[in-house]
Ligand binder design. Structure first.
Ligand SMILES: C[S@@+](CC[C@H](N)C(=O)[O-])C[C@H]1O[C@@H](n2cnc3c(N)ncnc32)[C@H](O)[C@@H]1O
Length: 238
């Protein structure tokens, strides 16, 4: 008998995503095969070796974490417009990862890396205070009340994200789901170390590219909500 025999089983993990399959185009398959070894990293499910961003990118630069990069269009566009910062995208959907690799390859971007796996596991592997910004654009809204526990923006996840932000660093969320937006605002405002950069919703920032999700929402007449919060700088009250 081992010492673990009497330990209660760990509760099942509550995921913020639905595992989904998806067919890849030949272009995406090709990008995955050629570019994954250079730009990709796998997020282990068990606690992994800490990530050294300077080693990952081969330089020391402000780091932006893009959670749930989807098909990667926004990540590639922002990274191309912002060469002095590095972009670490994390996604679970393989065709989206492959699509971003293809964009990175075609545009010759050197400031993008792509992690495959759960963003929350990846964040735990990053050093405290290592992020200049975290982007959570159009996270799955999980609209049913019984699924709210799957949402990315909830107090424990926000505390984890905030711990990896540098003082003054930015947490930027966007959603087209009004009720989730209200819940995000409450959660972010209640966090003891986050400060809203605006009196309420943030104006739509020009640097956030329009993706399929925003286009669809606009076509359906839904409003888009941006929330921009900064991690307080000690001694300045924010
Ligand atoms: C609605 S899509 C939005 C994609 C993209 N941000 C955009 O605006 O086009 C949300 C994405 O988040 C990903 N996702 C959800 N939870 C995640 C997690 N814990 N780690 C990594 N990706 C996640 C999903 O796979 C999905 O592709």
């Amino acid at each position: 008998m081992t010492s673990t025999d009497h330990e209660p089983a760990a509760p099942p993990r509550i995921r913020t995503f639905h595992p989904r399959r998806g067919r890849m185009t030949s272009r995406q398959l090709d990008a995955l095969e050629r570019l994954w070894p250079t730009y990709g990293l796998t997020v282990p499910e068990a606690p992994g070796v800490p990530i050294d961003p300077a080693e990952l990118f081969g330089r020391r630069a402000p780091l932006v974490l893009e959670i749930g990069s989807g098909m990667g269009d926004a990540t590639a566009a922002m990274a191309a417009d912002d060469p002095d910062r590095d972009y670490l995208a994390v996604e679970v959907h393989t065709p989206g990862i492959a699509n971003l690799l293809d964009l990175v390859g075609r545009q010759g971007l050197t400031n993008v890396r792509i992690a495959e796996g759960d963003a929350l596991d990846l964040v735990r592997m990053l050093p405290a205070g290592s992020l200049d910004a975290v982007h959570v654009f159009f996270p799955d809204p999980w609209p049913k009340t019984r699924h709210h526990k799957r949402r990315l923006i909830q107090p424990t996840h926000v505390a984890l994200l905030r711990s990896r932000l540098a003082p003054g660093g930015t947490l930027h969320c966007a959603t087209d789901w009004a009720e989730y937006a209200e819940s995000m605002r409450r959660t972010l405002t209640d966090d003891p170390e986050l400060v809203n950069a605006h009196p309420g919703w943030a104006p739509r920032p020009a640097h956030r590219p329009v993706t399929k999700f925003e286009r669809r929402a606009r076509t359906a007449g839904r409003e888009i909500f941006d929330l921009v919060y900064h991690r307080a700088v000690a001694g300045t009250g924010g």
